[in-house]
Design a protein around this ligand. Structure first.
Ligand code: NAP
Length: 324
């Protein structure tokens, strides 16, 4: 069984204790295994546990002749060719739900950081510039009464909406299904962009959402608005975002995810003072990472025992659902 990073101590082992024959092949480095290593070590594995940084594409998966289950360490699975896995009859597990609060907290931390210029203020103190209190020093934006737009009212989007309501904001959201969310006005994307002072992205990355926020959508945002992305980097056209920030049309951006990851050191977004970039730490709390590892363990244990995965992305591999 190939695990492409060290997980919190003992959690995976505990989940697999009922399957004594399983040998763990854990990549020990903190950077992803090179493609050649991934190809070689995945080829004979009965289970693969990838991180969001590992691309499991069709050519790789087709070489994995012993594969019985893939259990990704995250709720997003844009790094896995799900169609190829399904064609091969292999279930894919993910970790929904347990990442919701940590990621929603981080999204709101980015909102506050950008709106209240926390990074600039910290640098101002650290470089010795602080001389006195001044009425116009580092003025930010008030959240109470401002309009907050949630793109994608799923688990994390709804949790972020609740946080915005707690800050006395007016909350809008997009939803293809239109399911009601207490306190949230469901609108379409153009209306959300036109009315929101802060826009926060919570859709999965797929063909329909790649560059969902591009040049035209950024131009349609309110002057001075803030964009926060804790979904996936490629949901936003990064070059267009850099232009919208550099021109001053947007007031700021908070990005936990970038395209590519890691962001290149010469990316223009890194030199824009109103842009805060974090290294994909949305789910990075001690509690959440332990819960994610436990969910990975549950998925792997079920897959290797020939049972249905408790958190399965492609249940089609089990055939048609029984009649209700
Ligand atoms: P979720 O519950 O599945 O919510 C995603 C929402 O996006 C759904 O409510 C769906 O709403 C909407 N959506 C799906 N496909 C869409 C499409 N093609 N166009 C427009 N809207 C679409 O997922 P979640 O648990 O909230 O996670 C959301 C994403 O956050 C994940 O996919 C992952 O990429 C990202 N994430 C990032 C971190 C991090 O560390 N930064 C951590 C966890 C998750 P409707 O069906 O109602 O339209």
């Amino acid at each position: 069984m190939l695990v492409t990073r060290r997980l919190p101590d003992g959690i995976l082992e505990a989940a697999l204790s009922a399957l004594p024959g399983v040998v763990l092949d854990v990549w020990q480095e903190d950077v992803p295994p090179p493609r050649s290593v991934l190809l070689e070590r995945a080829a004979g594995a009965a289970a693969i546990v990838p991180m969001p940084s590992e691309q499991l594409d069709a050519p790789l998966l087709e070489r994995c002749t012993a594969l019985e289950v893939v259990a990704t360490m995250g709720v997003g699975y844009d790094n896995v060719d799900v169609a190829a896995l399904t064609r091969l009859g292999i279930p894919l597990g993910n970790t929904p739900g347990v990442v919701t609060n940590a990621t929603a907290d981080l999204a709101f931390a980015l909102v506050l950081t950008v709106a209240r210029r926390i990074c600039e203020a910290r640098a101002y103190v650290a470089d010795g510039s602080w001389r006195s209190w001044h009425p116009s020093l580092l003025l930010g934006r008030e959240l109470a009464g401002a309009t907050f737009g949630v793109v994608g009212l799923g688990r994390i989007g709804r949790a972020v909406a609740r946080r915005a309501l707690g800050f006395d904001m007016v909350v809008l959201g997009t939803s293809r299904t239109g399911a009601p969310v207490p306190g949230v006005e469901v609108v379409d994307l153009p209306e959300l962009l036109a009315r929101s002072d802060v826009v926060s992205l919570h859709v999965p990355l797929g063909e329909a959402t790649r560059h969902l926020i591009g040049e035209a959508e950024l131009a349609a945002m309110r002057p001075g608005a803030i964009l926060v992305n804790t979904a996936r980097g490629a949901v936003v056209d990064a070059a267009a975002l850099a232009r919208a920030l550099a021109s001053g049309h947007l007031g700021g951006a908070g990005l936990d995810v970038t395209d590519p990851e890691p962001i290149r050191p010469d990316d223009p977004l890194l030199s824009i003072e109103t842009c805060v970039v974090l290294p994909h730490v949305g789910s990075a709390t001690v509690e959440t990472r332990a819960a994610m590892a436990a969910r990975v363990g549950e998925n792997v244990a079920a897959g290797l025992a020939g049972r249905r995965l408790p958190y399965c992305v492609n249940p089609e591999v089990y055939g048609p659902a029984p009649p209700a």
